[in-house]
Design a protein around this ligand. Structure first.
Ligand SMILES: [Zn+2]
Length: 185
């Protein structure tokens, strides 16, 4: 999944993180400080969830610094078993412009993604970001983090990926539509 995100241009450098909930109190997550294209099975970190948002980590590496968003999402969504955080460039461009990716008739968005709220900016890796993102993820499957990236949640990793991919695809279509319209005026 890491390689797929990288190959589709949804992450670059050390961007992004992927997790799967394998039991009520256990989550597998990608490591900190690695380009996701290089991640191997042995790099994956297993987290045991303890009380008061503490975790016990098992593995040769440290867990992603942005894992709090994933854990907060699992906390508010019992139906969710996979979380993907990526930096889809066109969709982020919308968020940098203070907008979200929306169109009432675009099939990618309507059926694959749903409404995508824009989560107000909080610094990456902070509990404040995890808390505010989780508030939105209670009601939505995909959110845009202002000036930062996107989070997609789903019952499975494949569906979370499809949602992330569809978000970026829709953003590109909407961007082209604006350019064409701009030229026509
Ligand atoms: Zn990020």
């Amino acid at each position: 999944m890491c390689r797929r995100l990288y190959e589709r241009g949804l992450i670059a450098g050390q961007d992004g993180n992927v997790s799967v909930r394998i039991a009520e109190d256990r989550v597998l997550v990608t490591p900190a400080g690695m380009s996701k294209v290089d991640v191997r099975t042995s790099d994956i970190v297993e987290l045991k969830l303890l009380a008061d948002r503490e975790v016990e980590s098992k593995g040769s590496r440290e867990e992603s610094s942005e894992v709090e968003v994933h854990l907060a999402a699992y906390g508010v969504r019992p139906d969710v078993h996979a979380v993907i955080h990526a930096h889809p460039p066109t969709a982020i461009g919308f968020s940098v412009a203070g907008e979200t990716v929306e169109h009432p008739l675009l099939a990618e968005l309507k059926y694959g993604v749903g409404t995508v709220p824009l989560v107000p900016y909080e610094p990456p890796g902070t509990r404040a970001l995890a808390d505010i993102a989780a508030e939105f993820l209670r009601s939505y499957d995909v959110v845009l983090l202002e000036h930062h990236g996107a989070v997609a949640v789903a019952p499975t990793l494949l569906v979370a990926h499809q949602r992330m991919e569809s978000l970026e695809h829709a953003a590109r279509i909407l961007l082209v539509a604006r350019q064409v319209k701009g030229r026509a005026n």
